[in-house]
Write a protein that binds this ligand. Structure first.
Ligand code: ACO
Length: 323
């Protein structure tokens, strides 16, 4: 059977680092509060010349280099983002143009923080359905542009960045030993739409709007939803937590990550954590974390890796991949 195998991973971060202490003169907060409640110590914030398209392009180029490929080898670009450069055309098309790619097709996918997990699952279906052989899957965000910088309960949580992977069609045996995407599970529930949303949009206010969140409510639902969808993915893949080599969760909050891993019985040393350095970069968080763990040698060929995310909507999902 056809499997979608990861050939390369890459990432890009804005030049400017904003540390927790930098908020202390802006809103009533402290480094100690932010670290204790979230695990975040710093995040990268995009300058005017750094956009979702430019960061996405840089991450895509890094992933192509890692794969030993060029944009000419790619059939499809799927960009997960909630912070597009423009309402339309899709930012993926702008990235396609920046990469000098004049063939194939590109589209954006919006599932907020779950965007990358949704995009990987979508790309896998295009590959297995025969519509594409090699797909660039990118998560790129500039959430700093959506923040209300006077709201201490949200502005300290988010950061900007991008990550990308190249997926390629390969033959597999249809067993758990195959490399590539082995199982996935996606969920959404719009009854939670007011708990984490942006209060603007073309069809309502004709403005971009600001991010609004009931943090305590999100927290309350997060661990249960994350563990449910992971258990569904384990069942679909025919594995248990003991079979995993690495757990790469969405990087929103260290307490959510720790509680989810504990509930699933995944030991701390198998959990990739980058929220301390990147903050919550929404759809970019999982590929950024992947890129760190591949670069430092933790994730190696043949490892069984679980990706997970949960975000606005709510949307949530998990993907099991043999590296
Ligand atoms: N600095 C200091 N005090 C703050 C700050 C801040 N930055 N933000 C809020 N507070 C105050 C609140 O005003 C509140 O004060 P009060 O008791 O006088 O009213 C107090 O701290 C406690 O507020 P809570 O909201 O109860 O704090 P909590 O422990 O829940 O932590 C947090 C807040 C970090 C937002 C937490 O609820 C959380 O992580 N929720 C999940 C949200 C999340 O991660 N969202 C990301 C997007 S969704 C996703 O990606 C999964």
């Amino acid at each position: 059977m056809i499997r979608s195998v990861v050939r390369g991973v890459g990432s890009a971060l804005p030049r400017r680092i904003m540390r927790n202490a930098d908020f202390e003169g802006m809103v009533e907060t402290s480094d100690a509060w932010i670290v204790q409640r979230t695990g975040i110590t710093q995040r990268h914030i995009a300058a005017d010349d750094e956009t979702t398209a430019s960061l996405g392009e840089a991450a895509a180029r890094a992933a192509l280099d890692a794969a030993g490929l060029t944009a000419q080898d790619i059939d499809l670009i799927v960009l997960a983002t909630s912070t597009p450069n423009h309402t339309f055309p899709a930012t993926s098309v702008e990235i396609q143009e920046r990469l000098g790619m004049r063939h194939g097709f590109a589209f954006d996918l919006q599932a907020v923080c779950s965007g990358f997990v949704y995009a990987v699952t979508t790309a896998d279906l295009y590959i297995r359905g025969g519509l594409a052989k090699r797909v660039l899957v990118i998560g790129s965000e500039t959430f700093s542009r959506l923040l209300d910088w006077s709201d201490r309960s949200t502005c300290v949580l988010f950061g900007d960045g991008a990550g990308a992977i190249v997926l390629e069609a390969a033959d597999g045996e249809g067993t758990l030993a195959d490399r590539g995407i082995l199982a996935a599970s996606l969920r959404s529930d719009g009854t939670h739409k007011q708990k984490l949303y942006v209060d603007g949009g073309p069809s309502t206010t004709q403005t971009v709007g600001h991010l609004r969140m009931e943090g305590r409510e999100v927290f309350k639902h997060a661990v249960g939803m994350i563990t449910d969808v992971i258990e569904a993915t384990f069942a679909a893949g025919g594995i248990t937590a003991d079979d995993l080599d690495w757990f790469v969760p969405h990087q929103a909050n260290k307490r959510i990550i720790d509680a989810s891993a504990r509930k699933l019985g995944i030991p701390e040393e198998k959990v990739v954590v980058t929220v301390d350095l990147h903050g919550n970069t929404s759809a970019a968080s999982v590929p950024l974390a992947l890129s760190v763990a591949v670069a430092d040698g933790r994730i190696k060929r043949g490892d069984l890796v679980l990706l997970e995310a949960m975000g606005g909507g709510f949307t949530w999902g998990a993907v099991l991949v043999r590296w």
